[in-house]
Design a protein around this ligand. Sequence first.
Ligand code: M21
Length: 143
Amino acid sequence: NVDVMKDVTLGFGEALKLCREESQLTEEKMEEFFHFWRDDFKFDDRAVGCAIKCMSSHFDLLTDSHRMHHNNMDNFIKSFPNGEVLSQQMVTLIHECEQQHDSEEDHCWRILRVAECFKSSCKKHGIAPTMELLMAEFVMESE
Ligand code: M21
């Protein structure tokens, strides 16, 4: 399961380059998307939320109201090896986080809060990938 989350993170992270400019996210703030899973990652920069919004739109994962498109998210996760073992759980966790933060009207801030909530839910459920795994795979992919 942590392997599935690793693959989804790296796949999702491929959109970061495309989204830097529109989200005003500097490389020093987030060099690579998988740093999202670091224990010291700070959820204090609105631009990170804007980047996740842009990256989600790139994969067509948002509805017109900038909430998760359940069906598309399910299919996106299933497009990774063994994604079907995690897709429904991830959709549920993200949806629960969306409900907790629904009153935030700014899309970038709300999505940042949802992402933070999602990260802590994943840790609670033992499906967060380890930094070691992510780094190792990232280095392999870029070689
Ligand atoms: C998908 C792999 C790693 C993900 C990190 C960010 C996930 C945050 C999900 C937010 C989706 C958009 C929610 C909109 O309310």
